[in-house]
Write a protein that binds this ligand. Structure first.
Ligand SMILES: [Zn+2]
Length: 101
């Protein structure tokens, strides 16, 4: 397993993990839980991280996917099937219909 990225917050980390899982990766969010050491570590140490739990050999593929995802316009749209598609997906995750222009 390996670390792919550090997310600015848990909501975004969850979104990235969902996106990676939908692409077939075994991704998971990991967090640092600071105990008595809190205050001694830099603030970045308590941010959520996105990890690849398996398929280490697909790291480049996962990073490319994450990178493409980050550069996609973040908006939501309503598919013809009624599903609300969020997070920059170009295709409905429920029925596979492409995003309308
Ligand atoms: Zn749909």
């Amino acid at each position: 397993m390996l670390r792919l990225a550090r997310a600015p917050n848990i909501a975004i980390a969850t979104l990235w993990v969902d996106m990676l899982r939908q692409a077939g990766f075994d991704a998971a969010m990991q967090r640092y839980f600071l105990g008595s050491a809190a205050g001694e570590l830099p603030p970045g140490e308590c941010l959520p991280e996105v990890w690849l739990m398996a398929d280490d050999e697909r790291e480049a593929e996962a990073r490319a996917l994450l990178d493409a995802f980050l550069h996609m316009p973040q908006r939501r749209w309503r598919c013809v099937c009624g599903e609300l598609v969020e997070g920059g997906f170009e295709q409905c995750w429920r029925c596979g219909t492409p995003r309308p222009e």
